[in-house]
Design a protein around this ligand. Structure first.
Ligand code: C2E
Ligand code: MG
Ligand code: MG
Ligand code: MG
Length: 285
C-alpha cells in the first residue's frame, strides 16, 4: 500500500507504525528523536458560534510527521508519551509551537482568534503548566487572552489540591479553561462549581446521538441549562451533519466544532480558509 492510495488511511498508519516501531522502548526512543528532529507539528480545527458561524477559536491538535510511517495521529502515541513521562517535554513543545504560530500569524497581519491547547492530567501533575505557558507567552509575545486550555474531567477528579490551585492561577492569569470530552468522565456538579471552568465541551459521542432515537437531545438540553446556570458556555464536539447543527441551535448550545465546519487543517490552510474571513459558508448563517 502507498501512503496516497486514499483507502483506510488510519489502518495504514497503524500498520506502518507497528512495522516501523517494535515495542514500547523503541516507540519511546522514536518519540525522543521526534522531539529532537522537530517531527511534531500542530493542525488547527475551528470552533464557531452556533448561530452566526463566527470563528471563535481554533484547537491545536498534535501530529507526528514520521519519516517512514507518515502522519501519525495523537491517539497512537500520546498514551505511551503519558506513561513514559515524555508528555512533559512534548506538551511543552506543543505550548511553544502554538504561541510561535500565533506570533507568525500576527506578523502576517492576520486577524487572530485564541488557540485552544490540550493539556493532560500528567502534565498538570508536574506542576509546571502555568510556568510553561508564561515562558512561551513571553518568548513569543503572546497575550493570555489568545490562549485557552482543554482538560479532561480526570484533571478535576479527586483531591488534587495542587492541581486545583494551578487551574485557579491559570484562570486568574486570563487563560480560559475548557472541560474536554465532557460526559465521558465522572466529574460532579460540585467539582465544576468549585473549580470554576469556563466552557464545557460535550464529547462527540453525545453529538452523534442527536437526531437518533435515543436520549441524546435530552442529555444536551440538561447540559446546556446546567452550564448556563453555572455561567459556562457549551461546545458540541464532533458536529458532522446539518441536522445535528439545527438541533444544537434549537437547544441553545453556544458553539460547535466538527467535520461539518472543517477537519483539523495545517496552519497555512487554516489561515487561508478561516483567518481571512470570519463567517463560514458552511453554516449558512
Ligand atoms: P480531543 O481534544 O477531544 O480532540 C478532538 C478530536 O476529535 C481530534 O482528534 C479531532 O480531529 C477529532 N474530531 C474533530 N471533529 C470531529 C468530527 O466531526 N468527527 C470525528 N469523528 N472526529 C472529530 P485527534 O486530532 O486525533 O486528537 C485525539 C485526541 O488526542 C484529542 O482529543 C486529545 O485528547 C489528544 N491530543 C491531541 N493533541 C494533543 C496535545 O497537543 N496534547 C495532549 N496532551 N493531547 C492531545
Ligand atoms: Mg480537545
Ligand atoms: Mg474532546
Ligand atoms: Mg478526546
Amino acid at each position: 500500500a502507498s501512503k496516497n492510495d486514499g483507502r483506510g488511511q488510519h489502518r495504514f498508519y497503524d500498520q506502518a507504525l507497528s512495522a516501523t516501531v517494535k515495542g514500547r522502548a523503541q516507540l519511546k526512543a522514536r518519540l525522543l528523536e521526534a522531539l529532537e528532529r522537530g517531527q511534531f507539528l500542530l493542525h488547527y480545527q475551528p470552533r464557531v458560534d452556533t448561530v452566526s458561524g463566527a470563528l471563535l477559536s481554533m484547537e491545536a491538535l498534535l501530529r507526528w510527521q514520521q519519516p517512514e510511517a507518515g502522519m501519525i495521529a495523537p491517539n497512537e502515541f500520546i498514551p505511551l508519551a503519558e506513561s513514559s513521562g515524555l508528555i512533559l517535554p512534548i506538551g511543552e513543545r506543543v505550548i511553544d509551537m502554538a504561541c510561535a504560530q500565533l506570533a507568525r500569524w500576527r506578523a502576517a497581519a492576520l486577524p487572530l482568534v485564541p488557540v485552544s491547547i490540550n493539556v493532560s492530567v500528567k502534565q498538570f501533575a508536574s506542576g509546571r503548566v502555568l510556568r510553561q505557558f508564561e515562558e512561551a507567552m513571553r518568548r513569543h509575545n503572546v497575550p493570555a487572552s489568545l490562549l485557552e486550555i482543554e482538560v479532561t474531567e480526570s484533571v478535576m477528579m479527586g483531591d488534587h489540591d495542587e492541581i486545583a490551585a494551578e487551574l485557579a492561577a491559570i484562570r486568574a492569569r486570563g487563560i480560559k479553561l475548557h472541560v474536554d470530552d465532557f460526559g465521558t468522565g465522572y466529574s460532579s456538579l460540585s467539582q465544576l462549581q468549585r473549580l470554576r471552568m469556563d466552557v464545557l465541551k460535550v464529547d462527540r459521542a453525545f453529538t452523534a446521538e442527536l437526531g437518533g432515537p435515543g436520549q441524546g437531545r435530552v442529555f444536551f438540553q440538561a447540559i446546556v441549562s446546567m452550564a448556563h446556570a453555572l455561567g459556562m458556555a457549551v461546545v458540541a464536539e464532533g458536529v458532522e451533519t446539518e441536522a445535528q447543527l439545527a438541533i444544537l441551535r434549537e437547544l441553545g448550545c453556544d458553539e460547535v466544532q466538527g467535520y461539518l465546519i472543517s477537519k483539523p487543517l495545517p496552519p497555512d490552510a487554516m489561515a487561508g480558509r478561516f483567518l481571512t474571513h470570519r463567517t463560514l459558508d458552511a453554516l449558512h448563517a
